[in-house]
Write a protein that binds this ligand. Structure first.
Ligand SMILES: NC(=O)c1ccc[n+]([C@@H]2O[C@H](COP(=O)([O-])OP(=O)(O)OC[C@H]3O[C@@H](n4cnc5c(N)ncnc54)[C@H](O)[C@@H]3O)[C@@H](O)[C@H]2O)c1
Length: 301
């Protein structure tokens, strides 16, 4: 596999994937991204001047635009990271989630199907459409529940999860109906560099550093599995190389924690890193502000 079209490659997981893909795995990476609030092209600054990398601003929902792109670059695979991805925003305003996650994925599938149907028999066999999805399609876990499996029934609980579930069903249908060689991955919560600071871990770190309260949903006992983002990218690469077409693959970190455990850990790490500095500040009579990492100022919402 030489050329891959990555969508949403200026977002958190997409950017980590593009960097890894370009530096270690593929000869040519084309990154199609609409550049919503969640994107950050600075994440990809180190690819500036790289002749094996192209960035194109555009919408996965614009199938004529995507068709031209496929024609121009002739990718061996399409890897779809593009999405509206924040649960809270989906509760306030679900429409964008339907537009991008459902209709956008459908249009991307349509454009990919037309492109794939015109390839030679050998290229058709090699082509892959990999759809990156979430384990939130399976619902939520309480501390005593077993981990999700690929055959766990779908039970999406938020408009975000429902929109991703719908997109997964379209991907499955395009394989069964048209034979498009699809793969779907359902991963757990990612953490690591280049994440937009509305998500749990960066939000808690920044709030703590600024002395703000740390918002916790419910009683903080909701369990999520946590996966390091570059491990996720490595798993996607593996599924792309070795996955059986039409299959779905769950990707997790075998690292289940309640939200409260994650936040306590962040506070402990910040205490360790920053308390010595605070002590020096106190010694020299300079206290910029009392930080929340000392106070553990949780607010339950
Ligand atoms: N972050 C996680 O913990 C997590 C967990 C499970 C699954 N996922 C899934 O992984 C994928 C990537 O997640 P992320 O955290 O990197 O998301 P993100 O919100 O950080 O980035 C999404 C990217 O998609 C782009 N985009 C949005 N709409 C677009 C459109 N219509 N056309 C083209 N580009 C568009 C944005 O500009 C942004 O760069 C998503 O499909 C998400 O559902 C994420």
């Amino acid at each position: 596999m030489q050329t891959v079209l990555v969508t949403g490659g200026a977002g958190f997981i997409g950017a980590n994937f593009v960097l890894k893909a370009r530096l270690e795995q593929y000869a040519h990476v084309v990154n199609l991204d609409k550049l919503t609030y969640a994107s950050n092209l600075l994440s990809l600054a180190e690819l500036q001047g790289d002749s094996g990398y192209n960035f194109v601003q555009g919408d996965i929902g614009d199938s004529a635009f995507v068709a031209n792109l496929l024609e121009k670059y002739q990718p061996d695979a399409v890897i779809n990271f593009a999405a509206e991805s924040h649960v809270d925003r989906s509760i306030l305003s679900p429409e964008n989630f339907i537009d991008t996650n459902v209709v956008g994925t459908f249009q991307l599938l349509e454009a990919s199907k037309h492109y794939w149907q015109k390839l030679s028999a050998q290229k058709q066999q090699q082509f892959r459409f990999l759809h990156v999805s979430t384990d939130e399609v399976y619902g939520s876990l309480s501390p005593s529940d077993p981990a999700f499996r690929e055959d766990t029934p779908y039970a999406p609980n938020s408009p975000y999860a429902a929109s991703k579930a719908a997109s997964d069903h379209f991907v499955r249908a395009y394989h069964h109906t048209y034979g498009l060689p699809t793969l779907t991955t359902n991963c757990s919560n990612n953490y690591g560099p280049r994440q937009f600071p509305e998500k749990l871990i960066p939000l808690m770190i920044l709030n703590a550093l600024e002395g703000k309260q740390l918002p916790i949903y419910g009683d903080g006992q909701n369990v999520r599995d946590w996966l390091y983002v570059t491990d996720h990218c490595e798993a996607i690469h593996l599924v792309l190389q070795k996955g059986r077409v039409g299959e779905t693959y769950n990707i997790g970190g075998l690292n289940e924690q309640t939200n409260l455990m994650v936040i306590e850990k962040i506070c402990t790490i910040l205490d360790k890193l920053l308390l010595p500095q605070l002590a020096i500040n106190i010694q020299v009579g300079y206290i910029p502000h009392l930080n929340a990492f000392c106070l553990r100022s949780f607010i339950y919402i």
